[in-house]
Ligand binder design. Structure first.
Ligand code: GLU
Length: 509
């Protein structure tokens, strides 16, 4: 049943590729909206034109689409509360900023960058860490609180360097309830007078964010912990406007594999794992590989991210998306940082690969093979998938762990040959080759029957025959089921390989 009162937004800024932490934020918003029969909204927060990055919005949408997180309202989906791109809403914000000025809860500031620099120097001389534009310093600055009405009007008419700043009250405790952390309080003296409207008429994040959350009737704000202190400013603004704030839930940091410090985009390159969902090709920096290119299935990435900051309280680890929607709740989000464990991510992927139907995997594996210019019939690839499924953690391994299907061995496992091949058994290998040549139906079942019966009838051991046939076929001691491998290679190919191997180990034979 649709619940009109539950509305959650994912509000990324298109400043680059979406980090895995952002994907987790999207997921939690999506799951909660779905769970409650509510609406999931994509809002593009692009008010900071200096950080705008070409292609980032498309990347965000592609990532959400790959992961199956369809938004109900957004820049392309439309909806009753649009536009959903803040740059297209520019005109809406100024009146709210001015309302706060009229209410004496914000003020015009005209400081030039030189004046701000001077203020910073003064602060330094006083031994302060950095200059804070706040209740202690605002009366030393050039703003509508320190200038006369006439001067202010004149400067406003001139229109140079005009910003609007929030007038944060002195000596107040600002508190709010957070679904994850409980009661959170800030001393207002720690908060600066944030710019809410910039010189170019664009709102800052804080202004645009709360105006839009209000106008779009957002019921729950679920976002990363780094926004916690901004929430104090936001709560203040909600009070000034006399608006009801949404429910807040701040998600824990995602930590480096060592558990020390926040996972950064550089960690991906450093440790050799992806920290972005999709490939990001950049003009000025190195490209970043994504989970998709590393060979993850979208559902396994979702499952991994679900547990990176949330726990059901029992030890269930695997969740279908429907299970996630049923079980997810904001009050089980974990407070402490969540350690990024790539092995765990791969483990999830392996489980999902094993459980996926071969027909689902077919196009994905064909794409992997195509990267190596290999194109095979669907039937062949399906059988390859069946054989390899349990041995693969990442999709590219469907090729890298099965190259012997596409190339004859060029060398043989030396130790294996030394230990397992006995020249006195060569007559048996010759007999087996003959029997295989004339076998009626070349299937794994018949091959297995034949080889096993031969071993038993001749009182041989499996260990003397199986490993040798495997090395002869693939060059190595490891691999998927031997008889399945033989069947997939086909009789002609198997006999060619065996012949080559026995000539190699026993050239005079
Ligand atoms: N635009 C902010 C970001 O890039 C949104 C934070 C929020 O959800 O309020 O993360």
């Amino acid at each position: 049943m649709k619940n009109e009162n539950i509305r959650l937004r994912f509000a990324p800024s298109p400043t680059g590729p979406l980090h895995i932490g952002g994907v987790r934020t999207a997921l939690y918003n999506y799951l909660y909206a779905k769970k409650k029969g509510g609406t999931f909204i994509l809002r593009i927060e692009d008010t900071d034109q200096t950080r705008y990055t070409e292609g980032a919005e498309a990347y965000i949408k592609d990532a959400l689409a790959w992961l199956g997180m369809t938004f109900d309202e957004g820049p392309t989906a439309g909806g009753d509360y649009g536009p959903y791109r803040q740059s297209e809403r520019k005109e809406m914000y100024a009146q709210y900023a001015k309302q706060l000025v009229d209410q004496n809860q914000a003020y015009y500031a005209f400081d030039t960058s030189e004046e701000l620099e001077k203020a910073r120097e003064r602060a330094k001389e006083r031994g302060e860490h950095s200059m804070k534009y706040d209740s202690s310093s605002r009366y030393e600055m050039r703003n509508s609180l320190t200038l006369s009405k006439e001067e202010t009007t004149a400067l406003l008419e001139k229109g140079e360097n005009v910003t609007i700043r929030l007038k944060v009250p002195k000596d107040e405790i600002i508190s709010f309830e957070d679904e994850v952390r409980g009661k959170v309080s800030f001393n207002s003296n720690e908060l600066d007078d944030k710019v809410i409207l910039k010189g170019d008429g664009m709102p800052t994040y804080h202004m645009a964010n709360i105006v839009d959350d209000h106008l779009m009737k957002i019921s729950h704000v679920v976002r990363g912990e780094e926004w916690l202190s901004s929430t104090a400013h936001h709560v203040l603004m909600y009070r000034f406007f006399n608006w009801t704030p949404p429910v807040f839930a701040h998600l824990p940091l995602i930590l480096k594999p060592s558990g020390k410090g926040k996972l950064s985009k550089r960690d991906g390159a450093k440790f050799g794992f992806p920290v972005f969902p999709l490939l990001w090709e950049s003009k000025d920096e190195d490209d970043y590989l994504g989970f998709r290119e590393a060979g993850f299935l979208p559902e396994s990435l979702l499952n991994f991210l679900l547990l990176l900051g949330w726990s059901s309280g029992d030890d269930v680890e695997k969740y279908t998306v429907d299970d996630m929607i049923a079980k997810f709740d904001l009050n089980r989000i974990i407070k402490s940082g969540a350690r990024f464990d790539y092995d765990k991510a791969k483990w999830f992927n392996q489980q999902y690969i094993i459980e996926s139907s071969s027909s689902y995997l077919l196009p994905l594996v064909k794409a992997e093979l195509a990267k190596h210019t290999i194109s095979r019939e669907d039937d062949f690839v399906l059988r390859l998938i069946e054989l390899m499924k349990e041995r693969v953690e990442l999709l590219p391994e469907f090729y890298s762990k099965s190259t012997f299907f596409f190339q004859r061995p060029t060398s043989y496992d030396e130790k294996g040959v030394r230990k397992k091949y006995k020249v006195e058994n060569q007559n048996h290998f010759d007999a087996l080759s003959h029997a295989v040549e004339s076998l009626n139906s070349f299937t794994s079942l018949e091959l297995e029957k034949l080889v096993k019966a031969y071993i038993e009838n001749n009182e041989l051991s499996f260990g003397a025959i199986f490993p040798v046939l495997r090395i002869a076929t693939t060059g190595s001691m490891q691999g998927p089921d031997l008889f399945g491998t033989l069947e997939l290679l086909g009789r002609e190919e198997v006999l060619i390989r065996w012949k080559a191997f026995f000539q190699f180990v026993n050239p005079k034979g």
